[in-house]
Design a protein around this ligand. Structure first.
Ligand code: ASP
Length: 322
């Protein structure tokens, strides 16, 4: 049966400041165009999420690829996962420093390796062996991020809780930044896929891996259940294996538009976590939710693209689904 394709994207969930709203919406819009081109021409959901996330990684507005948050010692360390819901094949990389587009390295892992996940130097060596060019880490570092890191260090030295470090238990959800990117898609053959890419949290310790690239945490896809991508404070999301939690609910018969806000409520209730989620079922029903003030999101169906940075309420979401 031919399905009407759908592409859903997020570009992070936090209190996106007014002066950054346009850049976030534009970045999501551009990524929607890239991913939709694939779906529209009969391409796979897997290729569509890869294209969309590559576009977001290339956009310095987001915490993925160039322009990501810096580690405590001033480097960019990237994590990414891509998963094919039709076959459950998955590829992930973490803590890579010399790869411009970690989602493309993750795709190489999915396509060409018997393994699922590579980290650090091993991931870079694998990517290089498959034809990827390794770059200098400094090419991924922006002055904007050097300034942000210096501010975070100054706050630490002053003994103030670092409100921008999303791993801090005292972080204010209104001020913490979660700028990870992700996409989920359904293609015309009914296949689901998901991809998530991140630079992690500001001022993270080198070697730290968050939820984004871990299967079932920040990303998951299974044609029999749903495809999901999350953003937010990674440690609580990991502890709850929240992506799999959400897709299991859809598998059990719940609708994605109900499960998405429930996942965010569960994250907050159980561990005080904040973030956002996009969730897509194989029948085309979907849900988006965030428990942060804003989330950069976009959706493309045959009816056209739509982007936003605020989900006013769940009613709007449901009426669009109907
Ligand atoms: N979830 C990411 C992490 O913890 C951060 C984010 O979503 O911005 O690495």
């Amino acid at each position: 049966m031919t399905r009407s394709p759908i592409l859903l994207i997020h570009g992070g969930a936090w209190d996106i400041p007014a002066d950054l709203l346009e850049a976030h919406e534009q970045g999501v819009f551009d990524a929607l165009q890239e991913g939709w081109r694939v779906l529209e021409s009969g391409g796979s959901a897997l290729d569509a999420v890869q294209s969309a996330v590559t576009s977001l990684e290339n956009d310095p507005a987001f915490d993925a690829g160039r322009g990501s948050f810096l580690t405590r010692d001033g480097r960019v360390q990237l994590d990414a996962l891509i998963m094919d819901g039709a076959t459950l094949r998955a590829g992930g990389v973490a803590c890579v420093e010399r790869i411009r587009n970690p989602i493309l390295a993750a795709r190489l892992v999915l396509d060409r390796s018997p393994h699922v996940y590579f980290v650090g130097l091993g991931a870079e060596t694998f990517a290089q062996s498959q034809g990827m060019t390794l770059i200098d880490n400094s090419e991924l570092v922006l002055d904007r991020e050097r300034r942000r890191l210096a501010e975070a260090h100054a706050r630490e030295q002053a003994g103030a809780p670092d409100r921008t470090f999303s791993g801090h238990p005292e972080s204010d959800p209104n001020e913490t930044s979660h700028d990870t990117v992700g996409a989920v898609a359904l293609d015309s053959e009914g296949r689901l896929a998901a991809a998530t890419s991140t630079g992690g949290t500001l001022n993270k310790d080198p070697g730290r891996v968050g939820d984004s690239s871990l299967i079932g945490c920040g990303c998951y896809a299974d044609n029999t259940a749903a495809a999901v991508s999350l953003t937010g404070w990674g440690e609580p999301i990991m502890k709850l294996v929240l992506g799999k939690w959400a897709t299991d609910k859809v598998l059990a018969g719940r609708s994605p538009e109900q499960v998405a806000p429930e996942a965010m409520a569960y994250l907050l209730r159980r561990l005080g976590g904040h973030g956002g989620i996009i969730l897509l079922a194989p029948d085309g029903r979907y849900g988006l939710a965030h428990n942060t003030p804003r989330m950069a999101w976009g959706i493309h169906t045959a009816a056209g693209p739509r982007t936003g940075t605020l989900l006013r309420d769940q009613d709007e979401n449901e009426s669009e689904n109907s």
